[in-house]
Design a protein around this ligand. Structure first.
Ligand code: AMP
Ligand code: ZN
Length: 140
């Protein structure tokens, strides 16, 4: 499986960088975003490295979407957000900051005023880790 030794998401997939993983299978995984816009902000990625939507193969994309759906179901059950967006960025104009294909599972609250370039504010790692345990337990 192709990976990039300098890529933080490849390192997370390989278990050599820390993450709050809530779901994993042979092809894909889902883990908490450490700069959550709203509580429960999660990322789904393929294990293999693909820079973006143009590079990712269909099998990896499908596996990533499946992981995103599983994560969304757990987020819905545990947090009952007002809604959930799936967001996926490609290239600097789309504010892609990590060059490993990923889908944001992005819980929404009425009035949160999310914009597509929402900025990255560090979250409370203790709270993110505690929520990851609740979501992991809710993965169907
Ligand atoms: P994007 O801007 O669409 O490329 O999204 C990349 C996301 O990855 C951002 O929301 C970051 O907060 C998140 N991120 C970057 N590094 C990590 C990490 N080590 N663990 C979890 N999330 C990360
Ligand atoms: Zn990678």
């Amino acid at each position: 499986m192709a990976n990039d030794p300098d890529c933080i998401f490849c390192k997370i997939a390989a278990g050599i960088a820390p993450s709050f993983k809530i779901y994993e299978d042979a092809e894909a995984l889902a883990f908490m975003d450490i700069n959550p816009f709203n509580e429960g902000h999660t990322l789904a990625i393929p294990r293999a490295h693909f820079a973006n939507l143009h590079e990712v193969d269909e099998a990896a994309m499908t596996a990533t979407l499946r992981a995103a759906k599983r994560a969304a179901k757990a987020i819905e059950a545990v947090l009952k957000p007002d809604g959930i967006n799936l967001i996926q960025a490609n290239g600097p104009g789309a504010a892609q900051s990590v060059m490993h294909f990923h889908i944001h599972v992005f819980p929404r609250k009425f009035g949160d005023e999310a914009s597509l370039n929402w900025g990255l504010k560090p979250g409370d790692r203790k709270a993110i880790g505690a929520l990851a345990e609740r979501l992991k337990a809710a993965i169907g």
